[in-house]
Design a protein around this ligand. Structure first.
Ligand SMILES: Nc1ncnc2c1ncn2[C@@H]1O[C@H](COP(=O)(O)OP(=O)(O)OP(=O)(O)O)[C@@H](O)[C@H]1O
Ligand code: SF4
Ligand SMILES: [Mg+2]
Length: 351
C-alpha cells in the first residue's frame, strides 16, 4: 500500500518524494519451533517532515519492523524485501554501508537509555565516539561542540555535556539518547517506545522535542508506541499492525474518527478515555507467528469474520482516499466468495 502523503495535519506543504520506501519487508527469527515471521511483507512510504505512528498489541511486530529497517537483528534472523532510504537500499547492505547509514541517515531511539549509555564514559565522550566513527575528519573539539549543540536542542544545558550518565534523570538520559541519535542529522528517526518508562510530564517534553525535530529539520519520524493517545496528538499518519501485517493506514483523523479495520476498531475500543468508563478489550490473543492462521490473521478474533476470510490474505482496499484497510469488508480487498453468506464464520466462531 503506497498511500499518497497526507501532510495536512501539520499544515506544511506536502512533499512528493518519500525519504523511506518500504516494500514487502519481512523479518523472520529462527526459533527451536521453526521460523517465526514477526513482520510479513509490509509496505509503506515515509515522507520528509512526516510522523508515522505504528501501533498494535504486544508481539505484533512493531519493534521487529524498526530493527529490521536498521538491520539490527539477532544472529539467525532474516530480513527480506526492500527498504530504500533516499534511494539507497538497506536490506542486504554490507556492514560497512550500514555503519555509515546508521546515525548518518537513519537512527533508532530505544527505551531504557541506561542500557545503551556506558556508565564510565562522560556524555560528551559518547558523542565524540559516535561522530568520529562516521566523520573521522571532525576533530575532538568540533565533535564536543556538536555534542553541546545537539544536547541544547534537546533541552539539556550545554554545561552538562561532561557529566556522566548516572548524573542525569531518566527523562534527561532519554533526551541524551535522542540527541545522540540526531547529532548527525539523519533523515529518518525511528523511536521505539521512547517514553514508556517516563512520567507524563517528561513524556510530553520528549514528544514535543521529537515533534520540533520533525518540523524544523524535516526529519521523517516513525513513532512506535502502545499509546494511541500519543499517536493522536503527535502523528500525521498511523499504521496499525496485527500479527506481522499492516492492516490499516491513514491519516490520524481518518483512522481515529472512522477506523475501518475491525482490529483497529477493537484497539480503539480498548483505550480508556475520559469519556469511557469501561475497557472493552479484544477477545482472545494474537496468534502464534510460527504458525499463523491462514487468510486474514485476525479472523479467529474478528466479530465480522466471513468464511472467505480464512482463505486468502485480503488486499489493501481504500475505503476512503488515503485510508487503506486489509479487510474483505471493503471493495478492492480481493474477491470474496459470493456463494458464502457474510457473517456466517463469525457466527460459527463466536457462537
Ligand atoms: N529475538 C527474537 N527471537 C525470536 N522471536 C522474537 C525475537 N524478538 C521478537 N520475537 C518475536 O517476534 C514477534 C514480534 O515481536 P516484537 O518485539 O517485534 O513485537 P512488538 O510489537 O514490538 O511488541 P511490544 O509491543 O511488546 O514491544 C513476537 O512473536 C516475538 O515473540
Ligand atoms: S478480512 Fe474478515 S476476518 Fe479479517 S478483519 Fe476483515 S472481516 Fe474480519
Ligand atoms: Mg516492541
Amino acid at each position: 500500500m503506497t498511500s499518497a502523503v497526507s501532510d495536512t495535519a501539520s499544515g506544511r506543504p506536502p512533499s512528493n518524494v518519500p525519504v523511506l520506501q518500504v516494500r514487502d519487508l519481512s523479518v523472520a527469527y529462527g526459533t527451536p519451533r521453526g521460523s517465526l515471521g514477526a513482520v510479513d511483507r509490509i509496505s509503506f512510504d515515509l515522507y520528509p517532515g512526516e510522523s508515522l505512528g505504528v501501533v498494535g498489541e504486544s508481539g505484533c511486530g512493531k519493534s521487529s519492523m524498526g530493527r529490521g529497517l536498521m538491520q539490527l537483528l539477532p544472529a539467525g534472523a532474516e530480513v527480506s524485501g526492500s527498504a530504500t532510504l533516499a534511494g539507497r537500499e538497506l536490506v542486504g547492505a554490507s556492514d560497512q554501508q550500514l555503519r555509515r547509514l546508521r546515525g548518518e541517515d537513519i537512527a533508532l531511539v530505544f527505551q531504557e537509555p541506561m542500557t545503551r549509555l556506558d556508565p564510565l564514559m562522560k556524555v560528551s565522550a559518547h558523542f565524540v565516539e559516535a561522530i568520529r566513527a562516521h566523520r573521522p575528519g571532525v576533530d575532538k573539539d568540533e565533535a564536543r561542540h556538536m555534542a553541546r549543540e545537539a544536547l541544547a536542542q534537546m533541552g539539556i544545558p550545554r554545561t552538562r555535556a561532561d557529566n556522566y550518565p548516572h548524573e542525569f534523570s531518566g527523562g534527561m538520559r532519554q533526551r541524551i539518547m535522542i540527541a545522540l541519535g540526531i547529532v548527525l542529522k539523519p533523515a529518518v528517526v525511528i523511536a521505539d517506545e521512547p517514553t514508556t518508562a517516563l512520567d507524563v510530564i517528561v513524556e510530553a517534553q520528549i514528544l514535543d522535542l521529537l515533534d520540533r525535530l520533525r518540523a524544523d529539520e524535516r526529519v521523517g519520524l516513525i513513532l512506535i508506541t502502545h499509546n494511541l493517545g500519543i499517536v493522536a496528538e503527535t502523528c500525521d499518519r498511523v499504521a496499525v499492525m496485527y500479527a506481522g501485517h499492516i492492516v490499516e493506514t491513514g491519516s490520524v483523523e481518518q483512522v481515529f474518527n472512522d477506523p475501518k479495520h475491525p482490529y483497529t476498531r477493537g484497539l480503539m475500543a480498548s483505550t480508556i478515555s475520559l469519556e469511557t468508563t469501561a475497557l472493552h478489550s479484544i477477545e482472545g490473543y494474537p496468534p502464534d507467528l510460527v504458525d499463523p492462521p491462514p487468510g486474514c490473521r485476525f479472523h479467529p478474533r474478528c466479530p465480522d469474520a466471513m468464511y472467505q476470510c480464512r482463505e486468502k490474505i485480503p488486499e489493501h482496499a481504500e475505503p476512503n482516499p488515503g485510508q487503506h484497510a486489509s479487510c474483505y469488508l471493503y471493495p478492492g480487498s480481493g474477491q470474496p466468495d459470493p456463494e458464502e453468506p457474510p457473517g456466517t464464520l463469525a457466527a460459527a466462531l463466536h457462537a
